[in-house]
Ligand binder design. Structure first.
Ligand code: ADP
Ligand code: MG
Length: 572
């Protein structure tokens, strides 16, 4: 007997299932994607036991008896006929593995009736055994019930987390799919309770509001950009609305939800200089690239993609986000990102470039943006907060209170002043002022070494420092913007930042040295300000490129709307 044996089909299916079906959320993903591929407009997902039992019901095209039987065979798919097509797919599925895999590790019951068909069928498969097929009375569409997931693969069960965690993954998967398909009506029921429902025929902003809350979603900035390699569109949060984790970063490449660190970095870089370290933007971005540039077949569950021309994709995203901020007056961008020929109108509309038009038509993105107008009209390109301010008073020597057409605006006097100073301290060649009396500083060994090493960089920043004695250095000039009383502390802080002093920042919006100087040069909390000084701080803030945040990323001010005040005073 030969030592090599072919694996029995049910064993092969179980092995495949290990790759495709990692956890209950993977089952939900596969079944819902199938429903979408079948053209469903309503999809209901019911979940119990943290996903060990679930059912997905759709009103899609359904299957006749023969197809329903075939659907559960491995590598049986209606979506791909030859390898050539793999590069031009408009469907979510194509590997023909999902149903066979699920049926190998659970008890599955599928009832389905083709659209316009006069009879339905019911297919029952337990743990990959022979299917039992019977006629059944049922509505058009398909309903697949998966019970006792992993009942015959105990090792898998050990890797499952608490039901709540698994449920969280399921919610995320469904949220991702709902965001991609605002025109589809999704319902998620957990233990018979509805936890998510989208209206269908909704806009992206509406679906976003359901997932992220009205507060955040209604204020998000609309992104729209194109270059010869593709198109990006969607929503990003404002720079002053960032959060402490990356959990709300949604990227879709050719209508597939994917995780891709490089793409996320492109967005984060557009925020750099406005947000503090450890804070992350929220965004929902859709990238449409020529299918030939995207390899979706690198992960069995298609969660990862491999992209070609990553540098150009990176620039496309960063450029579009920065332009959106500039358009909405949230920051100023001079269009310096490499390699982007920004000509959205010159970019051919999707169907022309991305072939299978019929299948793609269901996704037509422009309909996502019917509500294109921002919530307010920013005049002169300023964020709405900075328009029409009238200084009322200083509050606790910390905040500048202002009347605003929409309510009350409080500026943080330090953060606002610091933002302007930071930008005045241009990346190089800072205006310097010679001191009548040089300041002598006694330095320790480390500070002396730093002073020697970084003398030239300090000069670029407006500080002329020279050796003066064995352990003394003299400060002969300082940046003109820096008050004399801050000179010593600033130089010491710059020297103590040792390594950092040498860093010539390549990102003009994010330079730790200029931040240090700006911080020392600006008014502090506790400083009493005159009316004129307060007005000057506001006028100067309006001149800046990134008026919403200080160079450390803290907000320059906070808006309290009349609506909010009226609500709290119960004045409706
Ligand atoms: P794939 O989606 O990769 O083709 P699956 O195993 O997920 O593989 O599904 C196999 C086939 O079963 C699909 O190609 C499709 O023809 C059919 N099918 C699966 N689910 C549905 C559904 N909900 N409605 C209609 N047809 C379906
Ligand atoms: Mg599938």
């Amino acid at each position: 007997m030969s030592k090599i044996q072919r694996l029995p089909i049910h064993v092969a299916n179980q092995i495949a299932a290990g790759e495709v079906i990692e956890r209950p959320a993977s089952v939900v993903k596969e079944l819902v994607e199938n429903a979408l591929d079948a053209g469903a407009t309503r999809i209901t997902v019911e979940v119990g036991q943290g996903g060990r039992d679930l059912r997905v019901t759709d009103d899609g095209e359904g299957m006749n008896e023969e197809d329903a039987r075939l659907a559960f065979e491995r590598f049986a798919t209606s979506k791909l006929r030859d390898a050539e097509e793999l590069w031009n797919l408009a469907t979510m599925g194509f590997r023909g593995e999902a149903l066979a895999s699920i049926a190998a590790i659970a008890r599955v019951e599928c009832v389905t009736r083709p659209r316009g068909g006069d009879r339905g069928s019911k297919i029952t498969i337990h743990g990959g055994a022979e299917p039992i097929v019977k006629p059944a009375g049922c509505p058009e569409g398909t309903s697949i019930q998966v019970a006792d997931l992993f009942f015959n693969t105990p090792a898998r069960v050990k890797f499952l987390r608490a039901a709540a965690t698994e449920q969280g993954h399921i919610n995320d998967v469904l949220a991702g799919l709902a965001l991609c398909h605002p025109a589809v009506d999704f319902r998620l029921l957990v233990n018979d309770r509805e936890v998510l429902s989208t209206v269908g025929a909704g806009t992206l902003r509406e679906v976003a509001a359901m997932l992220l809350g009205d507060d955040l979603a209604l204020d998000m900035t609309e992104v729209e950009g194109g270059s010869p390699i593709g198109r990006v569109h969607g929503l990003v949060c404002r720079p002053d609305r960032v959060r402490g984790d990356r959990s709300q970063q949604w990227f879709f490449v050719n209508h597939r939800w994917v995780k891709h660190p490089l793409l996320a970095r492109a967005v984060e870089e557009s925020f750099s200089g406005h947000i503090p370290p450890g804070r992350y933007p929220t965004f929902l971005l859709f990238l449409e690239l020529d299918p030939g540039m995207v390899d979706i077949n690198v992960h069995p569950a298609k969660k990862e993609v491999r992209l070609g021309q990553t540098q150009r994709v990176f620039s496309l995203i960063k450029d579009a986000v920065m332009r959106a901020f500039t358009r909405d007056g949230l920051s100023v961008y001079d269009g310096a990102v490499d390699d982007v020929a920004y000509a959205p109108s010159a970019f051919p509309s999707r169907p022309a470039v991305f072939a299978p038009a019929a299948a793609m038509a269901a996704y037509a993105p422009p309909s996502l943006f019917r509500e294109a107008a921002p919530a307010y009209e920013a005049s002169q390109g300023l964020p709405r907060e900075l328009n029409g301010l009238r200084v009322i008073a200083q509050l606790h020597r910390t905040y500048i209170l202002c009347e605003h057409p929409d309510g009350l605006f409080l500026l943080d006097q330090h953060n606002s002043h610091e933002r302007w100073l930071y930008e005045q301290l241009g990346p190089v060649d800072v205006v310097s002022q010679e001191l009548l009396m040089p300041i002598a500083l006694t330095l320790n060994v480390t500070e002396r070494a730093a002073a020697e090493e970084f003398q030239a960089r300090l000069a670029e920043l407006g500080f002329v420092v020279e050796p003066f004695g064995p352990d003394t250095w003299a400060v002969r000039a300082i940046p003109a913007l820096l008050p004399l009383r801050e000179a010593e502390a600033t130089v010491r802080e710059l020297l103590s930042r040792g390594e950092a002093v040498g860093v010539v920042s390549r990102q003009p919006d994010d330079d730790p040295l200029r931040r240090t100087i700006a911080c020392h040069a600006s008014v502090r909390a506790g400083d009493v300000l005159t009316h004129e000084q307060m007005e000057q701080i506001i006028e100067r803030l309006k001149e800046t490129r990134h008026p919403l945040t200080c160079p450390h990323g803290r907000p320059t001010g906070i808006m309290v709307s009349m609506a909010e005040l009226n609500r709290r005073c119960l004045r409706s």
